[in-house]
Design a protein around this ligand. Structure first.
Ligand code: PLP
Length: 357
């Protein structure tokens, strides 16, 4: 257990807060950030909240050369009752610990990681926007800052948490998106780092998603790296397909990120008595289901959008329009259920939210 208390240094001047209607994603940052350091001899030490500002890094810092870094992303919501709630922060902390292990980064004590988030959001609670759909995005990150150009795990790290008020993902209501299935590029392979939230995965994804955007699609659907056949993820979201009465999502086999929204959607659908399978599903099976009219709904799950309906999948020149390009009933039900819990509008029977006072 951690013993060192969190030191707090307040900013002397506070920034003006934007109007909820002006919020985008990840452009504005709050007045404070959380920081802790790691040295081999000391472990994680000096946990502190300090004014938001630049980090000082040696140009030889390992993260800048070999990308030894991990992060996570979660949100705080201001409920319809005015209370500020985090959505499943323990699950995000657990994933951050697993990402750290995969990147040979000394994991933060989960109690400290949770405390860092709760303490920082508590100090910045006035930054949590009020309009339903808006939220305070939380970005905990660990980077290797040892000044050393050898390829091995670094000996020094910085953990920091920054906060950004973000606008509604769907200011004009949830809208189905067009997705391009790519088989020319892959995001991850079994045995690689696809299951960790690490910078390299996002750098590796840019080329294909830029190509897809230029071709008029919102994002790409990644296929597995070996056979280029089984569906993996959609952009930076997990994917679910409904074929007849079966809802299928790829298993957590190391190539996809274990999404917290994925886990929440699966849990809800199981309590609703639906037939849910975590199994490999090939793009051929999806195409075949579409041809016989059984591909009822497709959606992505992720913290940013919660649920993102897929209206069209393009693969090898074939355009699979799903549910006539409209939001399906299960897609909408999942969105409403999760958003209801996040904003405190509906009961939270499994204790997914943590109130920040
Ligand atoms: C690659 C990738 N897959 C899936 C997800 C969805 O995960 P979560 O539901 O925890 O946000 C994310 C977003 O964090 C992601 O970056």
């Amino acid at each position: 257990m951690r013993s060192e208390p969190i030191r707090v240094t307040r900013a002397t001047a506070l920034k003006p807060k934007p109007k909820d209607s002006e919020l985008g994603f990840g452009q504005i940052f709050t007045d404070h950030m959380f920081v802790a350091d790691f040295q081999e001899e000391k472990g994680w030490y000096d946990p502190r909240v300090e004014p938001y500002g630049p980090l000082s890094l040696d140009p030889a810092a390992a993260v800048l050369h070999y990308g030894q870094s991990i992060f996570d992303g979660l949100k705080a919501f201001r409920g319809v009752d005015g209370k500020v709630r985090l959505f499943r922060p323990q699950k995000h902390v657990e994933r951050m610990v697993n990402s750290a292990k995969r990147l040979c980064i000394p994991p933060i004590d989960p109690a400290l990681a949770l405390d860092s988030i709760v303490t920082l959001v508590g100090i910045e609670r006035d930054w949590v926007p009020k309009t339903v759909g808006t939220s305070l995005y939380i970005r905990p990150t660990v980077i290797a800052n040892e000044a050393f150009l050898g390829v091995r795990p670094a000996k020094n790290y910085i953990y920091f948490v920054i906060l950004s008020p973000v606008g509604a993902y769907y200011p004009e209501g949830m809208a189905p998106v067009k997705i391009l299935v790519v088989d020319k590029f892959v995001r991850a392979v079994e045995g690689g780092v696809g299951g960790a939230k690490t910078a390299a995965n996002y750098a590796a994804s840019l080329y294909a998603s830029e190509e897809a955007k230029h071709a008029g699609y919102t994002q790409v659907l990644w296929l597995d790296g070996v056979n280029r056949k089984y569906i993996d993820e959609v952009g930076t979201m997990n994917i679910m397909v409904k074929i007849g009465d079966e809802i299928i999502t790829p298993p957590l086999a190391g190539t996809i990120l274990p999404g917290v929204t994925r886990d929440s959607a699966l849990a809800l659908m199981r309590t609703w008595g639906l037939r849910v399978s975590e199994r490999q599903v090939s793009i051929d099976e999806v195409q075949e289901a579409h041809r016989r009219g059984a591909l009822e709904e497709v959606w992505g799950t992720g913290t940013a959008a919660v649920i993102s309906p897929v209206g069209e999948l393009a693969y090898k020149g074939e355009h699979m329009v799903i549910n006539r390009g409209k939001i399906g009933p299960l897609t909408q039900r999942l969105y409403d259920a999760i958003v209801g819990i996040q904003y405190g509008g509906t009961p939270d029977p499994d204790g997914w939210t943590v109130e920040v006072r």
